[in-house]
Design a protein around this ligand. Sequence first.
Ligand code: ARG
Length: 589
Amino acid sequence: MSSLLAELSGIVGDAFAAEGFPSELGQVQSSDRQDLAQFQCNGALPAAKQAKTNPREIAEKVAKQLRANSIFAKVEIAGPGFINLNLRDEALAERMQTLAADRELGALVTGRGKTAVLDFGGPNVAKPMHVGHLRSAIIGDSLQRLFRANGWTIVSDVHLGDWGLQMGQLISEIGHRGLAPIYFDPEHVGPYPAESPVTMEDLEELYPAASAACKADPKRLEEARSATAELQAGRRGYRALWQHFVDVSEQGLTREYGSLGIEFDLWKGEASVEPLIGPMIEDLKSRGLAVESEGALVVPVAQSDDKKELPPLILVKSDGAVLYGTTDLATIVDRVRAHEPDLILYVVDQRQHMHFEQVFRAARRAGYTGNRTQLEHAGFGTMNGPDGKPFKTRAGGVMKLYDLIAMATDEAEKRLAEAGMAVDYPEDERKDIARKVGIAALKFADLSNHRVSDYIFDLARFTRFEGKTGPYLQYAAVRMQSILHKAREAGFEAAAKVVLHTPEERNLILQLLALPHAMSGAEHNRAPNILCDYVFLLAQIFNRFYTEHHIMSETDAGLRSTRLALVALTLAVLSKVLGLLGVEVPARM
Ligand code: ARG
């Protein structure tokens, strides 16, 4: 289904074309003065410039055509030549019925026939997930839901960090402690134990210790480097140990993402492209794209028009180890082969922008993207503590996702109690509601900022039931559910055909009909905050409608049934958009 704005722009564009102007000038937008008009088109101004005439004259000619179209109730010229438009109530009601009858609620087809690989999450094996990974997961998941709703075929990949120095650090730490000697015995032939010698908890203790040891002692760092190189070169014992790290981490991560309602199609990692790396390097060397530089192998990516010097992408270090950029480049080769995507979108911290610029340029120079695949980095800012620095625990450590969710859930439970909500529900249900509210608070707070901005973590604000928060919107949805429930119990039906009477009803319909526009804007800008703005405004407009009108107590059956239809559609749209943001609505609160 196309958006109302697109439909109106089509009509006004045709009118401009009939006057001999480009139809693009007919672009219609929501009026910024809703008290004067619902929509406006300012195309007469540039048209007048082109034709060197008076804009009001052109606007008048276009308006004359538009007045002949029964969709418009009023077409007026304002100021120097703005065209103000109001629609007939019947036209609005008709479009509302079409939207309500559409199971997908006006889903766009912007992605029909197109495939995108979405790279988000990006946690590192053995290292705890931090708030940056949380942002990537929340934003990436929302984009995956939105793109799917818009018709895209999506392949999401968590792209585990499992091939870097931290793996060598862990291996050598375990070697030092003598924890699992069999993996270090060069004489060992035959299989290794199926059971991991380390648990997730062990890894959480081992990695910081290993990392501290490497910082304190250059010899230990050297050992870790060489263990990394040996692992990558295929030393059997190290590979077996590494596989245990990956398996153990993956189990833990699946649980953590699961608790946020986030799923991935692929659980690949940096290491999964290992077999492609050798041939890729040969290919790049043979075509002169990769060159030696100070003992390392690099791909120069600087361009003459660069404002800042872009260093080359390092493929292989002097000790033979490959790097983050190498696996990312090989991953492009892999994804293009496997999925022939139109787009590979990386939802990764903005601070990695240069890295992606290097990788993308190398991929394009090498022709690895074919003529179809677009590469794009959708960066995001940091979640900061009250001190304006990346959020940490009270003790100054990395905040673990698990603890963060627990904190949010506790806070939500407090808020519910304060508000007297869910107090007499069974314990299990109350806990479940608190969890949903806590997660909604975290997700909505994150998504409602433009992804590139930093924001301050403030759980007390995020969990409020008033203002622009996830819990406010959940509560709005629950209230609509309960109105509809009561109506059903009373035997009141929603109208199949609505008849509008009041400005509040009109405003509500206009906002409902703006859904496809919000969805296409959010896709276009990779910006879930557009959906947050949309849905918050919808809830506010609904509130005004609800305060000004009787519904259950309305005695006129016609008015009542129209209003119930509006409540039903508002709930459907609200739930849909919350779904795109990954926010669950409890059955009651
Ligand atoms: N593991 C990386 C990190 O923690 C993020 C991975 C992002 N994805 C990618 N293809 N590089 O910073």
